[in-house]
Design a protein around this ligand. Structure first.
Ligand code: NAI
Ligand code: MG
Length: 791
């Protein structure tokens, strides 16, 4: 028998398991296997797949592998239920969401234990973090349900949402998906991950208990094939996905051209930056939460420690001491810190990456704690001296592995932090508030935690920059993902005109021989440049008479333009006031030359004098409008947690591609370029291919209005071909396309490379009214910066 004095000497914890009795009897009741939840009822179990407890390796249940026919039944049910759900008053929907929140809370302990048994995460986390956040999410969105109509005028529900979630936070991801979708008036078909379907099935029971109308929520279990069937279903209006970047990219391609709305929350390799003036003890606790929370199976895990050279050794020493105290083991034990990895395949993936790291000669450190001898466990690991090129610094390990390296200066810290294709989250540790905000502003990440890490709240948006995906979940910026603009009234764009005819007779040498250069060139880096092809094309009036020549731009020209835009990035850091001044100046100069621009429009498009003058006049007004907005489209402070200020900053994408339609050639260009530039983006614009001369005349306006070189670059030519090059270009962060459907489809498919955000318009807007907040919100991405206060 252990003597008290021995226990006092070792101060070891005795086992303290959470009771799993209720969950086990629930599983026993479903021994025959779980069916699917379609139209408010469970189907009979179909072909079953096994569900395991990763901490023990035991099979705990069977769940149905949803077939395409099941997906079809679920989408049909959702389709039928959606209009009625949307037609409930906001208050009516709010009461349902509120009821869901209450029922989740009532079953909090049950859900936490079930989550832990299915996923392997420590009960302390499922009980204190996951499930309370689930309830919080439903409460928060109950509020949005009653506010959505007044807060988002001009929008409607998207319709039926297909939602695919991963296994790392099974119930929490369900809540992040379902709560905003329902609040906004949509119905859903949700597919949980195949390793962890159980809490979603328990949630289906809660939907019945809480009296949610049948068909509003449907849950179809299964693997990637079930997910792919949901993505492919024509009755789905939006896909929301959280998971690997690889699958996210496949979904981008699969939905291209279908008109389905898409939001993607993908992988990450988030930096955890510790400056030499940081409170090291807090930073060490931060690391524990950053990379050992949920065994590091967290998309926003702080997996790359960047430590200032001066404190790195001290930090590592403290970390090792702390690691020696982490308790790995039974996830149901209340004092367990590190639970099980979700499934053998994930454990193998971690082991494979670590073998590759070992082959590079990296230095691993682990406390010599013993792991349980069964189940799926991996020890907390620290890898120091990791070069940026190492596989462990680049790949998402999705396990309890921290890779560390050092930096000398803040600039180097930022460069290393941003040296990744991802951009989900970042954590910054310093006692210097000026430095904290400067670095937070420069980090390319959707969420930045200052002196904190892994904080989430329903009122704050969460989501990535770059290959971490697009769209946000949570808060106002998340809700808009579940609304669509009121049905467009315009006609679909006609197919792009026949290919432009290059004029071989107008090669540069002949031109200069002729003396007179009538050829409008491209506008790149603040200079008029010859197209790389050396060719031009004839610009015709409606009767087929030649009214001028424009450069026939090719992929090389687009690449040059992107490069020029990259060099102008300080535009994004200019004050909004400065940008406003420049835009006012553009408006002023355009106004001064209104007559000339109107004449050009008349000859080029055959517009009446009145229409041409109106187009110029509206263009001037539009430039004024966005000049006025430049310093007013500001962010928000989200009401998240006490003792935190959560700043939602509107940041420019960086480099935007903008592809303009043929109609209203001046006004459409101004309507698209001005909001993008007002928000601090540098743009590469493809103007109307049929009527490009208003755009080429515009060069001189840009020149005389102090628009810095490279902020606006214009490449004329074949619109859809140039759009495709822009879509493929990894240096382009976002792309707006206005034009025909095939062109739009291609843009979406090709944008999958770097997962750039796209905004497509394939029906003709009324350009005289095409202005407002939507243009501005499409020109920015929201970064949420969490800042603690108090000591
Ligand atoms: P995954 O991306 O394959 O799985 C996520 C979800 O997508 C699951 O529900 C899965 O059934 C579904 N899915 C798979 N293929 C699909 C397809 N073609 N169409 C539609 N749905 C599909 O991720 P997996 O294989 O579970 O994990 C692999 C790696 O991905 C992890 O090691 C980690 O690096 C990353 N990952 C990132 C997550 C995040 O939260 N960002 C979550 C899960 C995984
Ligand atoms: Mg499981």
């Amino acid at each position: 028998m252990a003597l008290i004095k021995d226990i006092l000497r070792t101060m070891d914890y005795g086992p303290s398991p959470e009771s799993s009795e209720h969950v086990l009897s629930w599983l026993e009741r479903h021994k025959a296997g779980f069916g699917l939840f379609i139209n408010g009822r469970f189907t009979n179990p179909g072909a079953l797949f096994d569900v395991f407890n990763p901490a023990t390796g035991e099979r705990i249940a069977g769940a149905t592998q949803g077939s395409p026919a099941d997906i079809d039944a679920a989408v049909t049910a959702a389709r039928r239920a959606q209009p009625k759900w949307a037609a409930l008053s906001g208050y009516g929907r709010a009461k349902h969401l509120y009821a869901l929140a209450r029922h989740v809370q009532k079953r909090e302990r049950f859900l936490a234990v079930l989550e832990t048994i299915d996923n392997g995460k420590p009960i302390r986390e499922s009980r204190d973090i996951d499930v309370p956040l689930v309830a919080r999410h439903f409460y928060h969105h109950a509020g949005w349900a009653s506010l959505v109509d007044s807060e988002f005028p001009g929008t409607r529900p998207v319709g039926v949402c297909g939602q695919i979630i991963p296994w790392n936070f099974p119930l929490l991801m369900l809540a992040w998906k379902i709560a905003p979708a329902l609040a906004a008036g949509n119905s859903v078909v949700l597919k949980p991950a195949e390793y962890t379907p159980l809490t979603a099935l328990a949630f289906a029971e809660i939907c019945v208990e809480a009296g949610l109308p049948a068909g509003v929520v449907n849950i179809v279990t299964g693997d990637g094939a079930t997910g792919a069937a949901l993505v492919a279903h024509a009755g789905v209006d939006k896909i929301a996905f959280t998971g690997s970047t690889e699958v996210g990219r496949a979904i981008r391609k699969a939905t291209a051209g279908t008109g389905k709305k898409l939001s993607l929350e993908l992988g990450g390799k988030s930096p955890f930056v510790v400056f030499d003036d940081a409170d090291l003890d807090s930073a060490v606790e931060g690391v524990v939460d950053a990379i050992w929370f949920n065994q590091g199976q967290v998309c926003c895990a702080g997996s790359r420690l960047l430590a200032a050279e001066g404190i790195a050794d001290a930090m590592y020493a403290k970390l090792r001491a702390r690691m020696a105290k982490l308790r790995a083991g039974d996830p149901l034990d209340k004092s367990t810190d590190v639970g099980a990895i979700v499934a053998p395949v994930q454990l193998e993936r971690i082991e494979r990456l670590m073998r590759e790291g070992a082959a590079e000669g990296l230095d691993f450190w682990r406390a010599d704690d013993v792991l349980p001898n069964r189940g799926c466990f991996y020890p907390p690991t620290l890898v120091t001296g990791v070069e940026p090129a190492s596989i462990l610094a680049r790949e998402e390990i999705f396990g309890p592995v921290l890779v560390a390296s050092t930096f000398r200066t803040p600039d180097e810290a930022v460069a290393l932090a941003n040296n990744t294709r991802y951009g989900l989250a970042a954590s910054v540790w310093t006692e210097n508030v000026n430095r904290a905000f400067e670095v937070a502003a420069r980090l390319k990440a959707g969420v930045v935690w200052i002196n904190s890490t892994n904080l989430f709240d329903a009122a704050s948006g969460f989501g990535g920059y770059r290959e971490s995906g697009f769209g946000r979940e949570g808060g106002r910026e998340g809700l808009i993902e579940y609304r669509a603009p009121d049905a467009p009234k315009g006609k679909p764009y006609p197919p792009a005109a026949a290919p432009l005819i290059a004029s071989p007779g107008l090669t540069p040498s002949q031109e200069s021989a002729g003396g007179l250069d009538r050829t409008a060139k491209l506008y790149v880096g603040g200079k008029q440049t010859r197209p790389d092809s050396g060719y031009s094309y004839a610009v015709l009036d409606p009767r087929g008479n030649e009214v001028g020549l424009a450069g026939l731009g090719n992929p090389k020209d687009v690449r040059n333009a992107v490069e020029a835009a990259a060099k102008a990035s300080s535009w994004g850091a200019a004050t909004a006031h400065n940008r406003a001044q420049v835009l006012y100046y553009v408006a002023e100069n355009l106004s001064a030359r209104a007559g000339e621009f109107a004449r050009r429009l008349r000859t080029m498009t055959g517009a009446s004098a009145r229409a041409a003058e109106a187009e110029v006049e509206t263009s001037v007004r539009r430039a004024f409008f966005y000049a006025g907005f430049a310093d007013k489209f500001d962010g928000a402070i989200h009401a998240t947690r006490s003792r935190f200020v959560t700043l939602a900053m509107n940041e420019p994408w960086g480099i935007m591609g903008i592809v303009c339609p043929n109609e209203a050639p001046l006004l459409s260009l101004v309507s698209l370029v001005m909001p993008a530039v007002a928000m601090g983006n540098c743009v590469v614009v493809v103007p109307s291919s049929l009527h490009p001369l208003s755009a080429t005349d515009f060069y001189s306006i840009l020149d005389t209005s102090d628009v810095p070189a490279g902020v606006v670059n214009i490449v004329t030519g074949e619109t859809n071909a140039l759009a495709a090059t822009l879509a493929e270009h990894d240096g382009v962060d976002a792309l707006w396309y206005v034009g025909d459907h095939p062109g739009a489809a291609k843009v979406e498919a090709l944008s999958a490379g770097n997962l750039k955000a796209t905004w497509l318009t394939t029906t003709q807007p009324d350009w005289s009214r095409a202005e407002g907040r939507e243009f501005l919100s499409r020109a920015v991405q929201v970064k949420n910066i969490w800042t603690p206060y108090g000591e």
